[in-house]
Design a protein around this ligand. Structure first.
Ligand code: FAD
Length: 486
């Protein structure tokens, strides 16, 4: 890992510019931070490495995980409370910071209103289907494991994915256009094509500036009140993936995002002594559904055993598949449940059709008797509306006993998964960057994909858990940096 030098303010020969708050990166976390810092009375300078703002946020589907009784949840008659949302998120996160989760849940309805007030468009529709990204322009949809065992034991399942008003994918650009416009209107200063490559600390231990480079020219920028790091994740950096995520499959997986999601933010954070968290966390997907009927099939590994409830959120399923021998998995269907996975990108391959389970077992090179036993057990329990092994919801239980059968290869060895990193710098509920002793580093805040926030792995992820906390804690970072009171 390359850790850049940390400059000493006393040795800075010249400050080329000064702002109250310096924000590094102009994706969703940086834009929200900049707006709130500006509204807190600060002169704000955003430094962006690309030719314009947007980042990976602009490529995103525009799903924000929000709840606790948002205007949309109310409009469609869904009852949700911050307590239920908190209980669900606490149950889904490995080592949650309860105060950080609590604050996000309590303020979630207000945060939705805030996003809408910035011009981020949201409708009032509810998409009831099981999909990765709702194909309609409906806002609300179930995008996580709320209805999946054991999560429904902790909190009443409620949909919390709020998608920007746009048919299907691509709403992230609309959200970013609105936020960037607000920044322009309100006098946030932005420099582009400029990469921050070092932070500056004063004698009191406060982060008080940044060094950046643009067209070969080096400039040092002073931050009177605070620095907000919002420069994205590290999935595009192959070496860092090997270093931090050594168990992540080395085949069949591609990062998504922009080339600048290369760990530059992580490097800057480490240079200032930041602690990291959940560094091996990823969310990968090559979803089997839609069509939803495929959830009625079963997933088996190359031992012919089931290993995950098939109604899980696709990121949860992907992480379980990554834990199977050879990263291999098969989706088993009968003639009633058969269909082709819709996603062309996932490239799941139909192995073949088979007249009997025994023939399929042999055709897939599974140990003799393994698949026959797995299916006999599954079918007997499914006929009773039960899944004692993995607790798949009864809505998706149907005996697979109508020949012919079919199998798709859905493992990493024969599909294409797309992933994001979830690990990063550790922050608290004030969006302050924490050091190795858990103490806030004065003047230093962070938000978005460069921090390890609420979701820490694919098993507990829900779509929207990057943009939701990223935008919310971006606001917190901006507000606190503008106060400059740590
Ligand atoms: C295709 C796709 C779909 C997605 N869909 C969703 C979704 O629907 N819901 C959801 O919650 N999440 C989604 N995600 C994930 C989500 O988009 C990201 O986690 C989130 O946008 C990260 O926001 P950010 O502001 O932290 O980073 P970014 O948006 O990546 O912004 C970081 C910015 O920092 C800049 N930068 C980097 N290094 C430096 C440097 N050294 N100096 C200055 N600037 C620098 C970059 O150029 C970039 O503009 C999706 C991601 C992708 C790629």
């Amino acid at each position: 890992m390359h850790v850049p030098e940390l400059l000493n303010a006393g040795e800075v020969a010249e400050w080329h510019d000064t702002a109250d708050v310096v924000v590094i990166g102009f994706g969703i976390a940086g834009a929200c931070a900049a707006l709130e810092a500006r509204r807190g009375g600060a002169d704000v300078l955003v430094i962006e490495r690309a030719g314009g703002g947007g980042g990976a946020s602009s490529l995103s589907a525009g799903i924000f995980y929000l709840g606790g009784g948002t205007a949309v949840q109310k409009a469609v008659g869904m009852e949700d409370t911050p307590d239920d949302m908190f209980d669900f998120l606490m149950a889904s996160t490995n080592a949650p910071d309860a105060a950080l989760v609590r604050r996000f849940c309590d303020d979630s309805p207000e945060h939705f209103d805030w996003l809408e007030a910035q011009g981020v468009p949201f409708g009032r529709g509810y998409y009831k289907g099981k999909s990765v990204i709702a194909p309609t322009d409906d806002c609300l949809a179930s995008t996580g494991n709320e209805k999946v065992w054991p999560y429904y034991l902790f909190a009443a399942p409620v949909p919390r994915g709020h998608k920007v008003q746009k048919e299907g994918d691509g709403g992230g650009a609309l959200a970013m256009n609105a936020l960037i416009e607000r920044c322009e209107e309100e006098g946030v200063r932005v420099v582009v094509n400029t990469r921050v490559d070092a932070l500056v600390r004063d004698d009191a231990g406060r982060i008080c500036g940044a060094r950046c480079k643009s067209s070969g020219e080096e400039r040092t920028i002073r931050a009177r009140r605070g620095v907000v790091l919002a420069a994205g994740g590290f999935g595009m950096n192959e070496a860092y993936m090997r270093e931090w995520c050594p168990d992540f499959p080395t085949m069949g997986a591609e990062p998504i995002g922009i080339p600048h999601n290369d760990g530059a933010a992580l490097e800057l954070g480490l240079s200032a002594g930041a602690a990291t968290q959940a560094m091996s966390g990823t969310i990968a997907t090559a979803s089997l559904y839609p069509p939803a009927k495929l959830i009625k099939g079963i997933l088996v590994n190359n031992r012919g055993e089931r290993f995950v409830a098939e109604d899980s959120y696709h990121g949860r399923t992907a992480e379980f598949i990554a834990e199977q021998p050879g990263w291999q998995a098969f989706l088993i269907l009968d003639s009633e449940t058969f269909d082709y996975p819709e996603s062309q990108r996932a490239a799941h391959r139909l192995v073949d059709g088979f007249e009997s389970v025994a023939e399929m077992e042999a055709g897939l090179n599974l140990p003799e008797g393994s698949l026959q036993k797995t299916m006999a057990d599954y079918n007997a329990a499914a006929a009773r509306g039960e899944d004692p092994l993995l607790h798949k919801h009864r809505d998706w239980l149907q005996p697979l006993d109508n020949a012919p059968y079919a199998a798709f290869e859905v493992g990493y060895n024969n599909s294409l998964y797309h992933f994001l990193t979830l690990g990063g710098i550790q922050t608290n509920s004030q969006a302050e960057v924490l050091d190795q002793q858990g103490k806030a580093i004065p003047g230093f805040y962070a938000a978005g994909a460069c921090v390890s926030s609420i979701p820490q792995d694919g098993k507990g992820y829900a779509s929207g858990l990057s943009l939701g906390p990223g935008s919310y804690y971006g606001r917190v970072a901006g507000t606190n940096a503008a106060r400059g009171n740590d």
